[in-house]
Design a protein around this ligand. Structure first.
Ligand code: UTP
Length: 226
């Protein structure tokens, strides 16, 4: 059986407008796919995490403390997804090893962040290492990887496929926004060491997400790990 780790952006789970129907539909897709693929999901914090971090910063919080706020929100989001999964939830793990162990037998393992200093993309890479996952799927609200921010440069190149070395160049060049760049730099480095593929897809497009989980062709970017 193939093994897959999904990093779902917080902004995908909790967009501007309350959208429990999306989380319900996402859970249905995960439940269906878990019959043929072992699945672990890491939930991001998104807008709500940034909101709390902003308040914490105004109160004089340290980076470490702001990261702790973010982690707390990612864990709340993991709880929401676990509720939506119902019987198909393997429960909420607190570390990558436990998460990898739980992702078996048709049940979907779920978790949020771990420690300060990185984002949930890096947690996905840690779980993938424990699980020896076939691929990581980054489900964000961006449809693919671009050479630059397409909102700022309409001529930015859109990648259908790329090497992990090319992705590394992009994330390490992106000094301005490393914390919220296309994929966490630590996660990219780990996937490079492990020769692991990363599928970058729009997580709001559930057909696209399902194709990525099942290893079918995608509309987004396939990052080749070797
Ligand atoms: P996210 O993984 O959602 O980060 O964690 P992000 O990339 O900034 O958010 P998206 O992808 O745009 O939605 C939210 C915050 O929680 C802290 C970090 O501060 C991160 O920015 N965090 C999360 C950690 O410190 N450690 C973790 O393991 C996870």
């Amino acid at each position: 059986m193939e093994r897959v780790v999904i990093s779902v952006g917080g902004s995908v789970l909790i967009p501007e407008k309350n959208d429990s129907e999306y989380i319900r539909a996402l859970a249905d897709v995960l439940r269906g796919c878990a019959e043929s693929v072992d699945i672990a999901v890491v939930c991001g914090g998104g807008r709500i995490a940034r909101y709390y971090a902003g308040i914490g910063r105004s109160l004089g919080g340290t980076e470490y403390q702001l990261d702790e706020l973010g982690i707390a929100i990612t864990r709340v989001n993991a709880r929401l997804l676990s509720i939506a999964l119902g019987d198909a939830s393997a429960g909420i793990a607190t570390d990558p090893k436990e998460c990898a162990d739980k992702a078996k037998g048709g049940a979907v393992a779920v978790m949020g962040g771990t420690e300060p200093g990185h984002t949930t993309d890096a947690v996905a890479a840690m779980i993938a290492r424990e699980m020896r996952a076939d691929r990581i799927i980054n489900a964000s609200n961006v449809d693919a990887v671009y050479s630059e921010d397409p909102r700022e440069n309409p001529d930015a190149e859109r990648f259908g496929e790329m090497t992990i070395g090319q992705l590394k160049e992009i994330v390490y060049d992106d000094h301005s926004a490393c914390r919220s760049c296309v994929f966490d730099p630590l996660g990219v480095s780990m996937c490079m060491e492990d020769c692991r593929d990363i599928y970058m897809v729009n997580g709001r497009d559930l057909e696209e997400l399902e194709n990525a989980i099942l290893g079918r062709p995608i509309k987004g970017t396939k990052v080749n790990g070797d």
